[in-house]
Design a protein around this ligand. Structure first.
Ligand code: NAI
Length: 245
């Protein structure tokens, strides 16, 4: 492994993705921030570079294969390799089953599940040649236990867990590990959108009696990316305050 390790984080412009970018940069990784949001991508890259860590912002939509290929190419052109891919880009389009339309289903699956597939397929070619790599998928507690009103989202995250295990089996012989982190309820823009009452009810179901932080999730990603996790693959690391065990 070369001295400068390189990590690509999708959806790295804000929230959990941004915390992952910051944590990996702190560990000395050069970071590639890939996100739809151009202003966020530029701001996060500038912030990381100002602290002395190389960073590259790429505007990319994980639903567009050309963007995904462009993101990986930009990373390799600038840094020469990709050691870590974090599939973090994700959205919700909640609604009760009987009222959920096809667009809401397709959009969430296309971003959360197929987006991760597109990125993994592209990076596996690069990591396969390197004979080393770490792929970390940000799943969710609701992909493990379900949640009323989130058929599309739960299916995408449950699918991501299945894909994690399949890819872990397939890529192990090339020294590429594939793991998932399953956050519980984390305080970000995504959960800020929930009504106060719903957030209070959620906190009451969590043994640790609070929502998690983006940093709690980022720490799990740092571990799975590290040398210490070299023999860990196909696993789902829950970061959920004990809400689901
Ligand atoms: P967020 O909504 O704050 O940030 C998501 C980021 O992804 C945004 O910067 C957005 O621009 C980007 N993005 C959305 N669609 C994209 C696309 N097609 N291509 C590229 N980038 C795109 O969300 P948050 O809360 O930070 O969530 C991050 C991940 O963690 C998601 O996969 C989410 O499902 C997962 N998660 C979040 C939990 C929470 O409680 N906030 C709990 C469990 C999982």
């Amino acid at each position: 492994m070369s001295e400068q390790r390189v990590a690509v984080v999708t959806g790295g412009g804000r929230g959990i993705g941004k915390a992952i970018v910051e944590a990996l940069a702190q560990q000395g990784y050069a970071v590639v921030i890939a996100d739809l949001d151009e202003a966020a991508v530029k701001a996060v890259a500038a912030e990381i570079e100002s602290k002395g860590t190389p960073a590259l912002g790429v505007v990319a939509n994980v639903t567009v294969q050309g963007d995904v290929d462009g993101m990986m190419k930009a990373a390799v052109d600038r840094f020469g390799r990709i050691d870590v891919l974090v599939n973090n880009a994700g959205v919700t389009r909640d609604g009760l089953l009987m009222r959920m339309d096809d667009d809401a289903w397709d959009m969430v699956i296309d971003i959360n599940l197929k987006g991760a597939f597109r990125c993994t397929r592209a990076v596996s070619k690069i990591m396969g040649k390197q004979r080393v790599g770490r792929i970390i998928n940000i799943a969710s507690i609701v992909g493990q236990m379900g949640n009323a009103g989130q058929a599309n989202y739960c299916a995408s995250k449950g699918g991501l867990i299945g894909m994690t295990k399949s890819n872990a089996r397939e890529l192990a012989k090339r020294n590429i590990t594939v793991n998932a982190v399953a956050p519980g309820f984390i305080a970000t823009d995504m959960t800020d959108a929930l009504p106060e009452k719903v957030r209070e009810e959620l906190a009451a179901q969590i043994p640790m009696e609070r929502l998690g932080s983006s940093e709690d999730v980022a720490a799990a990603v740092v571990y799975l990316a590290s040398e210490s996790a070299a023999y860990v693959t196909g696993q789902v690391l829950a970061v959920n305050g004990g809400m689901y065990m």
